[in-house]
Design a protein around this ligand. Structure first.
Ligand code: NAD
Length: 494
């Protein structure tokens, strides 16, 4: 990837985006649009359709019709696989264009976006394409006078609501298994990161996905997201985003047709550093990357650094050194390590967390302020706050920004107790050379993912999901397929 190509793509104007309904690009039913502000420079990048309830209902009706007439689910598995593989190839072929469009929309540094966005989206679609003809039903071990068959059937219409931090990757985590199993999907991208995902949806149609099987509606969560959640004609809702929205989706399901709801929510992930870590310098660099890449807007970000007291000061200094070596700035430069905060609202919220941390006795060791204001964009210095007690706001509440809270611990038991002292349970990290301790910590830390002597990076072959208020129903791996099928029993008297 070369900087000249990126510069030439960023110089191109971005067209206005409409909904994708029934294979056509259509404006909002009342003609309204929303401005899309680029966090890179705070300027209006383009507009998207500002969806209405009627738009969402039209998209759902289209998805339902497509499912019922079997234009996708009725195709032989080999044909569906071919379309999905072609889609993955088209994502690869358009990777730079998708990545640059996404970065202009959401602010992620391009060096990360190119791998994490089109790169992992294509890999995910390919993985589920390859899996789709390997999902078997079962014969139950019944007595010999009956046959108990367990069929795996598509659920029907899936509603997928996506956040702004990694729209293509997270979109693919839902779209891959949902479409592979023959369902129709209605996609609701985030209002602050919809463009690259809308473009990726177009590529699915270009690859041969029949019209209506994938519809995508832009607009406000409270309007079109709510209409999707409250629909009587959506069978399963899959969501990645904040806990507050997740709670609403469960309410919508309860108030409508009791659709299944799978939530991937936030985290307050502990990264636990023991004095016997194999390489403390490496641990410090990875810990800094684990919270500061994508400006901390990563669900599994290691936002709580738990450090064994005997190495606390030297380790914090090493993390700060690593953070200071990370270049914050223009996300479209290949040598930028930390891009923009997604929106001005989010930037203000991040700064508010730093103020609260100070008021609660924390000490800002480095960072703590907005920077590069002259660009018009939303940038924040990587921030480390020490002296953060386990019950402080910075230990308990997800910031979703480049803010790391540091808490010392003395024993393994204390580390586990602090690690488990939030409502979340998404991810965590443990750094030690002691194999038994590593295994004890893996068992002790209540999260969906534990990294040992590394942080981040698992691929599509393993589940990603949380426990507690970090959600239910992990994305990725073959296990995710279960969310998109119903089990049907056929009981046959012989
Ligand atoms: P958000 O909850 O504000 O928005 C997510 C999506 O929900 C958006 O598309 C939004 O339009 C929609 N939405 C908002 N209100 C809605 C409503 N009333 N009804 C229906 N839909 C509605 O989250 P965000 O700020 O976009 O994303 C950040 C959050 O996502 C963080 O908490 C982060 O930890 C979490 N996240 C989790 C994972 C994971 O895999 N667990 C991955 C990435 C992000």
């Amino acid at each position: 990837m070369d900087q000249t190509q990126i510069d030439s793509l960023r110089a191109q104007p971005v067209p206005a985006f409409n909904h994708l309904i029934d294979g056509k690009h259509v404006p909002a039913s009342d003609g309204r649009v929303m401005d899309i502000i680029s966090p890179v420079d705070g300027q209006v990048l383009t507009t998207t359709a500002k969806g209405t309830k009627a738009d969402m209902e039209a998209a759902i009706a289209s998805a339902r019709a497509a499912f019922e007439d079997g234009r996708w689910v009725g195709q032989p598995p080999a044909a569906r696989k071919k379309v999905m593989l072609k889609w993955a190839d088209l994502i690869d072929a358009n990777a730079l264009e998708l990545a640059v469009l996404g970065v202009r929309d959401n602010g992620t540094e391009i060096s990360m976006a190119i791998k994490a966005e089109p790169g992992s989206a294509a890999a995910t679609i390919r993985y589920y394409a390859e899996a789709l003809d390997k999902v078997y039903g079962e014969i139950a071990p019944t007595s010999s006078d009956v046959l108990g068959m367990i069929h795996k059937e598509p659920v029907g219409v899936v509603g997928a609501i996506i956040p702004w931090n990694f729209p293509l990757m997270i979109g693919a985590w839902k779209l891959g298994p949902a479409l592979a199993m023959g369902n129709s999907v209605v996609l609701k991208p985030s209002e602050t990161a919809s463009l690259s995902l809308m473009r990726m949806a177009d590529l699915a149609l270009e690859a041969g996905l029949p019209p209506g099987v994938l519809n995508a509606v832009t607009g406000e969560g409270a309007v079109v997201g709510e209409a999707l959640g409250l629909s009587m004609d959506v069978d399963v809702l899959v969501f990645t985003g904040s806990g507050g929205t997740g709670r609403r989706l469960m309410e919508y399901a309860a108030r409508s047709n009791m659709k299944r709801v799978y939530l991937e929510l936030g985290g307050k992930s502990p990264n636990i550093i023991f004095a016997d870590a194999p390489n403390l310098d490496e641990a410090a660099k990875v810990a800094a990357g684990g919270i500061f890449r994508n400006a901390g807007q990563v669900c599994v970000a290691g936002s709580r650094l738990l450090v064994e007291a005997s190495i606390h000061d030297e380790f914090v200094a090493a993390v700060a050194k690593a953070a200071e070596a990370m270049r914050v700035g223009d996300p479209l430069k290949m040598d930028t390590h930390i891009g923009a905060i997604n929106s001005e609202t989010q930037l203000k919220a991040n700064l508010g967390f730093v103020e609260t941390a100070k008021a609660e006795g924390g000490r800002v060791f480095t960072g703590g302020e907005r920077i590069l204001q002259e660009t018009g964009g939303y940038y924040m210095a990587p921030t480390i706050v020490t002296g953060v007690t386990p019950d402080a706001s910075l230990s308990q509440k997800e910031v979703f920004g480049p803010v790391l809270g540091v808490t010392p611990f003395a024993t393994d038991q204390e580390a586990i107790q602090i690690a488990n002292s939030t409502v979340y349970g998404l991810a965590g990290g443990v750094w030690t050379s002691n194999l038994s301790r590593a295994h004890r910590m893996i068992r002790g830390v209540r999260t969906g993912v534990v990294h040992v002597n590394t942080y981040g990076g698992p691929d599509v072959t393993v589940p990603l999901g949380g426990v507690g208020q970090s959600g239910n129903g992990a994305d990725k791996s073959l296990h995710a397929i279960d969310k998109y099928v119903n089990l049907k029993t056929a009981w046959i008297k012989l």
